[in-house]
Each structure stands twice: as structure tokens, then as C-alpha cells.
Design a protein around this ligand. Structure first.
Ligand code: DGL
Length: 419
């Protein structure tokens, strides 16, 4: 009997220990313990008691890729702004809203944490992103709290959407939380102009490992899905100096390896690409060019091994526009669209390494060293080995700034005016 009791107590202890070690439980407890929002990863509880309608909308990504989603939010015009009726009225649906954007660039790529067994740490990073948006703290100043969180990152949606929704519920705050993956699947169902063939999901290695897209797509269509996970493309687009291979070569090699294995498996012909990483719309033309290149390649026998596997014209689905629509529906449904014309513009923040933090490991260029970045463990939600500072165009590497300027004009203009 005594042995049984001891065993039962041990089991209960183990379960409690596991629950309190879980990044979600830790983040919930941490923010609840600091209702004044006075420490990192906390928010002012009182901010969420009044009328939230005029608060900005928070948008976050692991880096600048989420700016492609912000662009879609700013361009979205599928409704009449006064009546809400379907149909564009020439005025963007979020014209009366302002945005707070956060890119956790110091801790990216998010897509590689799962491959090194750091999924729980990634979950903690994602919860910290949400807490940053909810709170007022940032290095050298304050930021407003937000009424909605758009997870403009596929990897973060795959690993953190459920956590953020559960945390918001546990904190008892009426904040809307939207992710990009289900929106992307919805986009696939609604568009792709009658395409019925196989779908290639291009995403990070982590998003592919989570199977978030195959699961979401299976809910809306029976089309075959095959995933292409790239370990370095997002970082290259971000301007990460440790990635030396040119973007075009990374894409060509990744697509070549993908088609080789798809052909070996006898995969269904592909006619649609899902851009399942927020960075990829910035290089959509290069992606299309790589598939076209491989389609035309001949083997030693003069055959074109991928000609039948790749449709001559591939449709591309970018989840961003459907994310915008999902946000619009949620805000409108909750009667949380802004009522007062914003007196200030959008705000942009980015994380950078904090050399003051004890034990922080830095690379020669001042960013977090790879071994340090991917060697961390969760349960230190309030740590400040990275700090969040205003993002300005001159903080972005030149090539990245050029991509944003050329491909995301609304966002670029807003970034120029940001403080
Ligand atoms: N932006 C992220 C996404 O959409 C990927 C970049 C990263 O690996 O951090 O999945």
C-alpha cells in the first residue's frame, strides 16, 4: 500500500513538474505574475479591460518576411468599408487601422529549431513575440498594446498558434489571434483557377516537419500534397551574412532535389505551389523560374525527367490575402474595427542581440552565434539576450531593403515614415 502511495505521489509530482515546465504554462504564469507589465514578456493587464477598438493590430514574423503579410493587410480591399458588403470599394479594408510590426530577426531562422530538437524553445520564442506585442515595453521607449495578433509566420503558426490562443484565453483578454496556415489552405481551395493536380508546399524545414500544411489542406481538398523544406532560403532572403550561396542557386538546388525525390516516388504531377513561408513571395519569380528550369532539363539519355511532373504554368498561392480576409472577418465579427482615425502611423520593431546579457554568445558581426542560438533551452521567458528596437529601413541589409522597396511599396512607404 505504502509503495502504491509512493508511486502515485511520484506520478502526480512528475505530471505537475511537466506542466509547470511547459513553455505555455511558464508564459501564462509569468505574465499573470506581472500584471503591471513591468518586466520583459509581460503586459499591463488593465490595458485590456476597456474599449480596445482603437488599439493597433500586431503582426509578427521571425524576421522581415512577415512584411509580405503586412503588405497584403494594407492592400486588402474586398469589402465596402461602411456597410461591410462584399466587393471592393477602392478604399483598403484596414484603412482606418494602424499596425505594430515585429520581426524577431535576432532569433531566426525559426524553421531550423525543430531539426535540432528545440521545439519547446521555439514555442517559448513565439509566446515571447506575442507578449512583446501585447505589452508596452521595448528598448529605449514604449509601444502601444494591440487588439489583435497576426502570426505572419508559417513556422510560428505551425508551432505557436494553439499556444497563443490558449494563453490569451488563460489571461482572459479579448485579443484576436490569426495564423497564416489555415488561411493558405483556404486560399488554395478558393483559387488556383481550377487546378486539380498536386500541390507543392514550399516552406521551412520546421513547417514541413510539423505537417501543418498537409493537415490544413486535407480539410479543404483531397489534392495530393508534397512538401519542399528549405533550410537556408528564408535566412538568405533576410540577408543573413552566414548564408553565402546566392538566392537563385539555393532555390534551384532545393527545387532540383525536391523534383528528384518526387520523381523517384512516382509523385502526382504538380500544378500548384503553396508559398508556405512568408519570405517566399519576395522571390516568387525566382521560384517559378527554378521549376521551369528543371522542367526543361534533359538527362544523359536525352529525356526530360521532370517534364511530366511539373505543369507548364504553375499556379502560386500566397496565404497573405486570405490571412487579411480572416482578420477582417474576425475583427468585424467581434465589432473591434477602429472607430477613431489613427493619429499616428504604423510602428516597426526588430530584435537584435543584447551583448550585455550574461553568457550571451555573439558571432563576429554582433549577431547571436549559431551554437548559442540553437543551444538554448526554454523556461526563461523573461530573459533579454535579445532586445527589441525600432526597425528602420537602414537597419535592414541593403539587398533586403531593396526587396521590400521594390515588392512591398505600401509597407516601404509606411516604414519610411515610422519613428
Ligand atoms: N517567416 C518564416 C515562415 O513563414 C520562416 C523563416 C524562418 O525560418 O525563420 O515560416
Amino acid at each position: 500500500m505504502a509503495a502504491f502511495l509512493r508511486f502515485t505521489l511520484l506520478c502526480v509530482f512528475a505530471v505537475v513538474l511537466r506542466a509547470t515546465d511547459d513553455p505555455l504554462a511558464v508564459a501564462i504564469g509569468h505574465a499573470k505574475a506581472h500584471p503591471q507589465g513591468d518586466v520583459p514578456a509581460s503586459f499591463v493587464a488593465a490595458d485590456y479591460r476597456g474599449d480596445l477598438r482603437d488599439l493597433p493590430i500586431g503582426v509578427f514574423d521571425s524576421g522581415v518576411g512577415g512584411l509580405t503579410v503586412l503588405e497584403a493587410l494594407k492592400a486588402h480591399d474586398r469589402h465596402h468599408n461602411l456597410t461591410g458588403a462584399d466587393g471592393a470599394d477602392g478604399v483598403p479594408d484596414f484603412a482606418g487601422e494602424r499596425f505594430v510590426y515585429f520581426g524577431d530577426q535576432a532569433n531566426m531562422p525559426y524553421g531550423n529549431y525543430s531539426a535540432v530538437g528545440r521545439t519547446d524553445f521555439l514555442r517559448e520564442l513565439i509566446l515571447r513575440d506575442a507578449l512583446f506585442l501585447l505589452g508596452r515595453r521595448q528598448a529605449n521607449g514604449t509601444k502601444p498594446p494591440v487588439k489583435a495578433i497576426v502570426i505572419a509566420c508559417n513556422t510560428a503558426t505551425a508551432y505557436g498558434l494553439d499556444d497563443i490562443r490558449a494563453a490569451v484565453k488563460a489571461w482572459g483578454i479579448p485579443v484576436i489571434v490569426i495564423g497564416v496556415v489555415e488561411a493558405g489552405a483556404q486560399g488554395l481551395a478558393e483559387t488556383a483557377e481550377g487546378a486539380q493536380g498536386g500541390v507543392a508546399v514550399l516552406a521551412t524545414v520546421g513547417t514541413c516537419a510539423s505537417n501543418a500544411y498537409p493537415k490544413a489542406i486535407a480539410k479543404v481538398t483531397g489534392r495530393p500534397v508534397r512538401q519542399l523544406g528549405s533550410a537556408s532560403l528564408a535566412a538568405a532572403i533576410e540577408g543573413d551574412p552566414s548564408v553565402k550561396t546566392p538566392i537563385r542557386d539555393i532555390i534551384r538546388a532545393d527545387v532540383g532535389a525536391f523534383l528528384k525525390s518526387a520523381a523517384a516516388d512516382g509523385a502526382a504531377p504538380i500544378d500548384t505551389l503553396m508559398l508556405g513561408c512568408t519570405h517566399y513571395p519576395l522571390v516568387a519569380d525566382e521560384i517559378a523560374a527554378a521549376f521551369a528550369y528543371w522542367r526543361e532539363q534533359s538527362d544523359a539519355a536525352g529525356r526530360k525527367p521532370y517534364a511530366a511532373l511539373v505543369a507548364p504554368r504553375l499556379k502560386q498561392v500566397n496565404p497573405a490575402a486570405w490571412t487579411a480576409e480572416a482578420l477582417w472577418r474576425s475583427l468585424r465579427g467581434a465589432k473591434m474595427m477602429a472607430v477613431t482615425k489613427p493619429s499616428s502611423g504604423d510602428q516597426f520593431f526588430i530584435s537584435v542581440a543584447n551583448p550585455q546579457w550574461p553568457g550571451v554568445g555573439l558571432a563576429p558581426d554582433g549577431t547571436l552565434a549559431y551554437e548559442y542560438k540553437y543551444g538554448r533551452s526554454p523556461n526563461q521567458v523573461g530573459r533579454e539576450d535579445t532586445i527589441n528596437v525600432p526597425m528602420t529601413a537602414d537597419r535592414l541589409p541593403g539587398a533586403t531593403a531593396g526587396l521590400v522597396r521594390d515588392k512591398l511599396p505600401l509597407t516601404w512607404r509606411s516604414l519610411q515614415g515610422a519613428r
